[in-house]
Ligand binder design. Structure first.
Ligand SMILES: [Fe+2]
Ligand SMILES: [Fe+2]
Length: 145
């Protein structure tokens, strides 16, 4: 069983958003597998840490890209959407600092295990309407050219 499935996410018409979400699901499920292996064999810590670092980089890039698109196309609810990202990032940063500064890898693993719930709700209720707006704006832009 995977931690999260692509089918739980609303399919978005903005391709780069959809691809990013699918990649994030993939990374989360890879972390899940590595965390299980690590729980049985502590020497696997390096592989798990590498994947966690990839997840951090991916989340930051994921949010930054959506924010860039929202600014580019004047999305009216930009502040609300960005605030949601910032709140998630501040919790993530807290878990990362527990891990990096105090060697508490459990904090970040727990965060990762809780994150699908947030991600599914965020994508289906915040990213989906954003993608609808962006899709319309992008179509208009094409017409004007
Ligand atoms: Fe997203
Ligand atoms: Fe988002």
């Amino acid at each position: 069983m995977a931690l999260v499935y692509v089918e739980q996410l609303e399919h978005l018409d903005v391709e780069q958003m959809q691809e990013t979400h699918e990649k994030e699901v993939k990374i989360l499920n890879e972390i899940d597998k590595l965390a299980i292996q690590y729980s049985m064999d502590k020497s696997k810590v390096g592989l798990l840490e590498e994947k966690l670092d990839a997840y951090l980089a991916h989340v930051k890039e994921h949010f930054a890209n959506e924010e860039r698109l929202m600014i580019q196309y004047d999305f009216p609810s930009y502040t609300m959407h960005k605030t949601a990202h910032d709140m998630f990032l501040s919790e993530l940063d807290h878990a990362v600092s527990q891990w990096k500064n105090f060697g508490d890898i459990k904090k970040i693993i727990n965060f990762v295990y809780k994150s699908p719930e947030w991600i599914v709700v965020h994508i289906n209720t915040v990213d989906a309407p954003t993608s609808e707006y962006l899709t319309q704006k992008m179509a208009l832009e094409k017409q004007d050219k």
